[in-house]
Write a protein that binds this ligand. Structure first.
Ligand code: ZN
Length: 276
């Protein structure tokens, strides 16, 4: 396209259609290119990629009593997987099953390889002030999205051609960027919505450090198409919360809250025709 692209979207029977037309070309025949269409999936269960933070040589935050973030988050993640797998129509996969190191971008690629519908990274916060406590939920920030685009569109890793293989192929860098931008904006919006559903359920079992989802540039949230959040389940550097994190009862309560949040998000997405 020579001019500025105008993007329009419509949803029909659960199929999202995105059209790109050229601005100021209204008098001419509009060039409508169907770009991303999400085909309704009848049988396939919704796939949730659960990412226990850190692992292996990366212990994450360490509590004063010696509790490792990488261990407690794996316990919560496994419990969440069990709860989700019990439900009809949902399948949950972990990015790591054991105490192993996985690079951050590899966690995002795993979600893409599995064609995940959701990505949830589970952590336990650490801070120098041991009085700080509570859970937090993060989605990707716009700034983080900008750097993600640069990375994806570079040839080194996760090339955009891989992402758009089934839909659309183009050598036009500007069009590629526009498509990426469009996808990521939509995804951030859905991630924030997902975060709101999670926070609403976490607050029933634990107090929140901040009541609303926040935005940050975490690398694991940089998937352009999969709604992704990072949950800090509490502060491992806080004495009471370090104790809680080690307790199976708390781990199960937190996992249940996350499962409820995931369910409530899926129900909402179905209602809005964004899932089939
Ligand atoms: Zn962490």
């Amino acid at each position: 396209m020579k001019g500025k692209p105008v993007i329009t979207r419509s949803t029909e029977n659960g199929v999202l259609k995105v059209s790109i037309t050229e601005q100021n070309a209204a008098q001419n025949l509009p060039q409508v290119i169907p770009v991303t269409t999400t085909t309704p999936r009848a049988e396939k269960p919704l796939l949730v990629m659960i990412d226990p933070g850190h692992g292996g040589k990366d212990p994450g935050a360490i509590g004063n009593e010696g509790t490792y973030e990488k261990h407690v988050v794996l316990h919560i993640a496994r419990r969440l997987q069990t709860l989700l797998d019990k439900q009809h129509g949902i399948h949950a996969v972990l990015t790591r099953q054991d105490d192993v190191f996985i690079p951050l971008y590899h966690r995002v690629s795993l979600a893409h390889q599995h064609q995940a519908d959701l990505f949830i990274s589970i952590h336990a916060d650490g801070f120098t002030n041991d009085q700080v406590s509570g859970a937090s939920v993060f989605a990707l920030s716009e700034h983080g999205a900008g750097s993600a685009m640069a990375r994806y569109l570079s040839q080194s890793e996760n090339s955009a051609d891989v992402l758009y293989d089934n839909d659309f192929k183009t050598d036009d860098q500007y069009l590629k960027e526009t498509l990426f931008d469009l996808d990521q904006h939509e995804t951030i919006h859905r991630s924030m919505n997902f975060g709101t559903h999670l926070a609403a359920n976490i607050v029933k079992v634990h107090h929140m450090h901040s009541p609303h989802p926040e935005q940050a540039g975490f690398a694991v949230l940089k998937s352009p198409r999969i709604p992704s959040v990072l949950v800090e389940t509490s502060f491992i550097t806080n004495k009471q919360e370090e104790k809680l994190l080690g307790e199976p009862v708390f781990q199960e309560k937190m996992a249940r809250a996350l499962a409820d949040g995931i369910n409530s998000y899926f129900i909402n997405e179905k209602k809005n025709n964004l899932l089939t």
